[in-house]
Design a protein around this ligand. Sequence first.
Ligand code: ADP
Ligand code: MG
Length: 259
Amino acid sequence: MTSLEAFNRIGPLRPREMSAHGGETPMTSGSTTNPASLPVAELLHVDKIYGQGEAQVKALDDLCLRVERGDYLAVMGTSGSGKSTAMNIIGCLDRPTAGTYRLNGVAVETLSDDQLADVRNRELGFVFQQFHLLPQLTASENVILPMIYAGIPPDQRRQRARQALERVGLGHRLDNRPNQLSGGQQQRVALARAIINQPALLLADEPTGALDSRTTEEVLAIFDDLNAQGITILLVTHEAEVGARAGRVVHFRDGRVAD
Ligand code: ADP
Ligand code: MG
């Protein structure tokens, strides 16, 4: 199963009622630590090995990485250096082979699949290169979907969706379907969807990879705004001008941080 299939199968749009722990967030239960003082995400000595025997690939090799609250961090590196693998683990779409991943202080490897799906919906927002909007739904309906699964009352959903779409400059495109929108506009809808449940961390894997330079600039301006408003961002890119917009850049090589 690819990570995208995992994303579509069990999250982030899984109804909260279906989660094994009755909707109680693992981020707060039984914890006395103030989450504001913790890194949002912390990878400690993470290995990821794909395949068996002769066909084994070590995609991550003793990777250590911290994302602090309010960070705007870009991960750069050549193709095959482990960027997407690291994003999939940080996004709780995949698990490390060895090592520890803590999200808001919770060791993710201790969570069940149901708890992971719940964490994805509650704590994480995702943006992908290919947008992954649902084609039969309008912009507003795409943004509403994660709110349904998060249990937001029906009478609040449309207004919140409109506010989120206004925040990304699409207040005039609420009722358009994805095929009536440009690539840059579709990515802005995906951004509105990603932030609608106020995630602790916004993850973006090559978010401008399918965009021309003008629409790349539109989307990067929104990342700047969101970060200025306090949203923590982790972005993967191989484009230097995209990485340069982030507050901090780390370079991956052979499954670990190079510098
Ligand atoms: P990047 O995103 O930096 O291009 P990836 O994380 O996609 O790198 O890949 C890191 C390494 O892991 C590469 O050698 C890639 O071929 C391998 N890899 C990635 N996903 C899989 C998979 N599902 N099965 C086997 N090998 C994989
Ligand atoms: Mg990749």
